[in-house]
Design a protein around this ligand. Structure first.
Ligand code: PEP
Length: 251
């Protein structure tokens, strides 16, 4: 009943030329029809990618958006309104690199989440624990707190129009992947937390796993009952590898 989604986070990678090459590679992919496929290019290249992927059916999203919905006096930010006008449908909120390197707090992320939804931009809320937190046995507490921040501010129904990506920080860009069972355990806890408030929202929300997913491990991860696809970093920069991950989600 839930459509799988595979989304590529290109992070701060790319030049006009390399983005053109990657976009062309994506255009040439045979993608499974039952899978929602999305890419998140750097903001500078969003227009180029949207033009390059015209009619391919790949959703384009932004990696970040402003705390206020409308354009205005906010130097260096991009408003949800502007992203929607450009053709974006999704936005990443709370990627661990933004939480840790930029210092975004749950309070700031709540504002970004609400601002995005106010303009019809669907948030992909990224949550996950550090290695230290996992080793201290705090994984579910940390992930539960990051999720509660949104639920307490806006109610569980906010997730009727959002996607959640569980991304253990220790698995991002490290080559270390959570085992399918480790990931499933956290996904089941996330769905359980939502179900305690609203069973329908919990049953429908897409829960993606992210953290060193590649073609070689995708099928096993996506085979778990509460894993509805993946948020892919490094491997999404290679069109053929990304296509193979998308096909794994379609099987
Ligand atoms: C990410 O940055 O969201 C991510 C999952 O990266 P990687 O796949 O490279 O670990």
């Amino acid at each position: 009943m839930r459509r799988p989604m595979v989304a590529g986070n290109w992070k701060m990678h790319g030049t006009r030329a390399s983005v053109a090459e990657l976009t062309e590679g994506l255009r040439n992919l045979a993608l499974p029809s039952g899978v929602e496929v999305a890419v998140f290019p750097p903001a500078l290249f969003i227009n180029q990618v949207i033009d390059g992927l015209a009619d391919k059916g790949i959703i384009v999203g932004a990696q970040n958006s402003a705390v206020q919905p409308e354009q205005g006096a906010l130097t260096g930010e991009v408003a949800p309104e502007q992203l929607v006008e450009a053709g974006c449908k999704l936005v990443l909120i709370g990627h661990s690199e933004r939480r840790q390197i930029i210092g975004e707090t749950d309070q700031v992320l709540n504002r970004k989440f609400a601002a995005a939804q106010a303009k019809g931009l669907k948030p992909v809320l990224c949550i996950g624990e550090t290695l230290e937190e996992r080793e201290a046995g705090k994984t579910l507490e940390v992930v539960g707190r990051q999720l509660s921040s949104i639920i307490e501010a806006f109610g569980v129904k906010a997730f009727a129009n959002a996607v959640i990506a569980y991304e253990p920080v220790w698995a991002i860009g490290t080559g270390l992947t959570a085992t399918p069972q480790q990931a499933q355990d956290v996904h089941a806890a996330i769905r359980g937390q939502l179900a305690a408030e609203d069973a329908e929202v919990a049953a429908k929300v897409q829960l993606l796993y992210g953290g060193s997913v590649k073609a070689a491990n995708a099928a096993e991860l996506f085979g778990m009952p509460d894993i509805d696809g993946g948020l892919i970093g490094g491997a999404s920069l290679n069109a053929d590898e990304f296509g193979a991950i998308c096909r794994a989600a379609g099987n």
